[in-house]
Design a binder for this molecule. Structure first.
Ligand code: UD1
Length: 464
């Protein structure tokens, strides 16, 4: 297992290109299962999650050729397999995106339930509700979703849930509905740019989906989809993370392959915190000349602030001058990064779905543990701003979703080393020496122990 050793305090300056969007590339690759003909994708990010999904698709009878340059060729060799096995699905929840395309094209699917997730409870009840409405028979047995349908029929489907719309649920139902007889209407559909990209991809193969980017999708069923070629949109979450890397270090960055419209909420908050932004077509420049100001943010479905940048904003606001409140209404328990940020010196209190931050002037490097993908990015950001060295462990989470993040950051002036997670690779600066420990107090030296007190009511102290 690897870890990152990050020396903080360097303002980042330069130009970086944003990679293709993970959350568009994965459901698009899965949707390629629905095509009768070869599919060529461009701008696919080089990620562990992409490789994992490639293995899932191979197990489902597809040939997947990745050349490492962002181009992937997918072609179905056999339409017989229908099993997405637990061993692969448990590594990546997005594997569940094969359910809709399999059911639509092959009329049957057996997909493992993904299991628990560090960012909170993630049921797939809405996916199943939508597929049942199209006429699929669905049961859950031995940890697998068994789905079958001789014929899918167009239906009126409401896909809203207690936390808003569902991104992969909309992709799943849309990919199956493409083959349903008649017309399907999905209301409370997710409006995320990644869902639009999946819809545009399917339309490029001959599907008839209207209303993409709005909460109401109308899908006219077709007999079959042909092959085709598609370029994945830029990753707005990676773009936001890189912009925050420049902002937290007081640097300046020019980003290319970026879509300004997809980042509207994020850019609004960055401006509120004191960042200066300049726009050109396909390119965006950020600098942060003055101090970081506090801000209140709430993660909501698109076009709200994405939950996938909540952790990174928490890191940024941890060093702003004042009090900020960060709320997550999509995943209200997505706060495992807080105790780790506090190890770096952040002052944060969690209250339900919110984190209340009192900005501190300086974080100080230490060893921290990544709990999930975006929490890892938040820790990297905090480490870039912290004094001294920070070690971020369990970075396999980071590799799942960022295309060479440390290489990109090093190219603009960061000092990040990837080393194996072994005791001998821990930086000496993180070992505490005896003379750094607080000196013993008179009470704690060899004399009798002081009496212990138990507070029973304010202002009154009772001996235990
Ligand atoms: C996708 C993204 C993920 C992002 C999330 C929210 C991919 C591969 N992943 O995940 O990075 O954080 O959107 O923007 O695109 N819910 C239900 N029932 C369901 C489905 C979801 O109650 O059947 C709830 C979830 O628990 C969550 C909310 O709805 O509270 C949104 O989840 P959803 O949009 O489905 O997230 P994913 O598609 O899994």
């Amino acid at each position: 297992m690897d870890m990152l050793v990050i020396r903080g305090g360097m303002p980042l300056r330069g130009t970086l290109a944003v990679s293709g969007a993970k959350n568009a590339a994965l459901p698009i690759m899965a949707a390629a299962l629905a095509a009768d003909g070869p599919v060529v994708l461009h701008n696919v990010p080089d990620l562990v999650d992409v490789t994992t999904l490639a293995r899932v698709l191979e197990s489902l009878g597809m040939s997947v050729i990745q050349d490492g340059s962002g181009r992937i060729e997918l072609e179905t060799l056999s339409h017989d397999p229908c099993l997405a096995d637990y061993e692969l699905v448990r590594r990546m929840r997005a594997s569940v995106c094969v359910l809709g395309p399999l059911l639509g094209r092959r009329k049957r699917a057996c997909v493992s339930l993904p299991g628990g997730c560090n960012i909170g409870h993630r049921p797939i009840d809405l996916h199943l509700k939508g597929l049942r409405a199209l006429g699929a028979e669905i049961s859950i047995e031995r940890g697998y979703v068994f789905a079958r349908a001789e014929r899918l029929r167009g239906a009126q489907i409401y896909l809203g849930g207690p936390f808003g719309s569902t991104v992969t649920g909309t992709c799943n139902v849309m990919s199956a509905a493409v083959f349903a007889e008649g017309v399907t209407t999905i209301s409370a559909a997710a409006c995320e740019p990644e869902v639009i990209d999946v819809g545009n991809f399917l339309n490029g193969l001959g599907a008839r989906i209207q209303g993409l980017g709005t909460p109401v999708l109308t899908i006219e069923g077709v007999e079959r989809l042909h092959g085709g070629e598609h370029t994945v949109i830029p990753d707005r979450i990676e773009a936001a993370t890189l912009l925050m890397a420049a902002a937290i270090t007081g640097g300046s960055l020019r980003l290319t392959n970026v879509c300004r419209e997809h980042l509207a909420g994020v850019l609004d908050v960055l401006t509120a915190t004191g960042a200066e932004l300049e726009f050109a077509p396909d390119c965006l420049r950020i600098s942060r000349p003055g101090p970081l100001r506090p801000a209140d943010i709430t993660a909501l479905p698109y076009p709200g602030i994405p939950t996938d940048v909540q952790a990174q904003f928490t890191a940024l606001l941890a060093v702003a001058q004042g009090i900020s409140i960060v709320t997550d209404k999509v995943f209200p328990d997505r706060f495992l990064h807080i105790p780790e940020l506090m190890r770096l010196g952040a002052s944060i209190r969690r209250e339900g779905a919110s984190a209340i931050l009192q900005g501190v002037p300086q974080l100080s490097g230490t060893s921290v543990m990544a709990s999930d993908l975006r929490a890892s990015a938040a820790l990297v950001l905090a480490a870039l701003a912290a004094e001294g060295e920070t070690v971020v462990r369990r970075i396999y989470h980071l590799d799942r979703g960022y295309d060479r993040l440390e290489r990109k950051l090093n190219a603009i002036g960061a000092e990040i080393r990837r080393v194996e997670d072994r005791p001998e690779n821990m930086p000496a600066s993180l070992q505490l020496s005896a003379d750094e420990l607080p000196p013993p107090t008179a009470d704690c030296s060899d004399g009798p122990p002081p009496p212990k007190f138990l507070s029973r009511s304010p202002g009154v102290r009772h001996a235990e």
